[in-house]
Ligand binder design. Sequence first.
Ligand code: ADP
Ligand code: XUL
Length: 523
Amino acid sequence: MYFLGLDSSTQSLSSVLIDLRNGSIVDERSLNFDAAFPHYGTQNGVLPHSDPTVVHSSPLLWAEALDRLFQQMKADKLPLGEILAISGSGQQHGSVYMTDLAEKQFRDMDIHGSLTDNVARVLSRPTSPVWMDSSTSAECAAMREALGGRDAAVAATGSDLFERFTGPQIRKFASEEPGAYKQTGHIALVSSFMSSLLAGQISPIDPGDGGGMNLMDIQKLTWHPGALEACAPTLREKLPALAPSHHILGVVNPYLVFKYGLNAAAKAVVWSGDNPCALIGTGLVEPGMIAISLGTSDTLFGAMADCQTDPRGEGHVFGSPAGGYMSLICFKNGSLAREKVKDQYGYSWEDFSAALDRTQPGNEGALMLPWFDPEIVPRVLTPGVRRKNLDAAHADSNCRAVVEAQMMSMRLHSEWMGERPSCIYATGGASNNAQILQIMANVHNTPVYRQETANGAGLGAALRAAHAWTLAEKGQADWMELAAPFTKPESHSATQPDPEAAALYEQLLPAFAAFEAESLAQS
Ligand code: ADP
Ligand code: XUL
């Protein structure tokens, strides 16, 4: 019983194929956008731009990657014809703009052309703003005011207005390019765009990814009329429906059956955001645990029964694909900040890890604020790395400083989520790094666990496909039963906190908080 999860993330398209019969991951693979598709000119998955606050990528690239991934799976003789359902995970907040023709084009795909050819015919905007874009502060301010201020916006949509959220991005497009906005018949998220290609129809958006738009009523899980009004004219007509995360759109697009031999009866399940999918893929289907994803962004999240918002307006509430809600905080200076420090000193990841081993917890009081790019939490619009008691020439201390800062910042800014976690599940590309996980365990003073796959989002997407299929076939599906065989941590994977180091970080936290506050006041 095979189910496929796809993960269209910032830097890559990946897949996780699972077999529900024996709880195993059958195949995992990934295509790195920069390396596999150099003709788009992306750097770390995004297009260079003269204004560093404008960060777009290409929907044509995402479509091409989907074709290529299926080609490779077919060439490697994966049992594509036996897959029962497919779902996916998309980098959150990013948006794709298409003309009225999209619906027909996706329904009757040209099987002689590629997915890219099909998509190119219906784009009303050639590129897509993604979550790293921070160019919409004016739009955020206008929408926040229209919604009645920060607290009212948080209560209405689950989050304060954020630059990367889709609502402010749509507002900017509508006001800067009114002609192209008028030509736009359909606005999709990355998740619903990819889901549309898979299903051969305009796809709904699920409450997991819908929560990242500042446009969804977080209580009712419907479009929020006031937010749509505050965003852009005639927006309701351009948005798809919102549908539960277990929604089945129908069978997969005949294009995929014809080209890659997918089962014509395989179900296409609505996609969700990468963080909501990672929530499922790390097994957090019920409240009480926390996961940290060290992907391009660093995120910290957990499931919540009720909608509890962040009074400081830094965190978010999204719908959980397992029902109820999830809380999340997102740091932009995640993997790419660690990479910048690593590259600055000509280190490999092995060298970076060795530097963490050579230095002491607490870094002898040396502190860094790794704001290489504008930061989301805390909100920093003018970037710039800050150092205290830290010599920029000292490679090893800088490696330790960036990781310690990230972990201390996560701990400080997640306090609104309530009780301290009793353990943390780590996922994402950097969760393969044992030294980074040791610092995580020490700063949070809790054990950290890893799973077989570092792609929690892709696994979560596959589990969501299995859940939706089981629910439709059998009338019921137990999340715990489904997810447990795949999400249980590897027995040897626990990273235990070191009590001495944990006590040291407890003392260091106020100094770090003060340094952050000082730097924010100055900037
Ligand atoms: P995304 O899904 O957001 O595209 P991934 O979860 O695939 O990102 O993570 C990619 C990141 O993982 C890379 O940018 C890289 O910095 C990081 N990474 C890969 N290997 C290591 C390692 N050994 N140590 C630390 N970070 C690593
Ligand atoms: C979450 C966020 C990022 C993206 C890309 O709010 O902006 O985590 O989903 O991974």
